[in-house]
Design a protein. Sequence first.
Length: 145
Amino acid sequence: MKLILLGAIALLLAPVALGQANTSQPLQTQTNCNNFAQLQMTTATTTQLVALVAGQKVRVCAYAIQGSTTATATTLKLVYGTGTACATGTTALTPAWNMPASSTALPFSEGKGTGELFQTPAGNALCATSSAAGTVNISITYAQF
């Protein structure tokens, strides 16, 4: 009986004894965003929301956007890049959101402040790009490390 029990234990421990890798998922932590930035855009431009820090990523956990356009429709998107106002290597992080002409675009938001929605590559700033004149208000909650 003891021999059977020892044999069963040996079979259960065989993968460990043979050095097989643990295939379980690593422990993942959730980003807690404790910084806040806001911006009001009134012209067609790219404007910096969060400055770059060498070797650090901007991790966005929540955003809220509300627009009030003039007679011209506008689009807005969040982008990243380096240089003044993300002028070098500008790359979209979000799709272009449409703000209809001559109307107040309803506010929309995503995220709660914990857990990343998206992030920039290390060493890049976070900016917003508006395609036409019109007031667009943006607020974000982020972490940078």
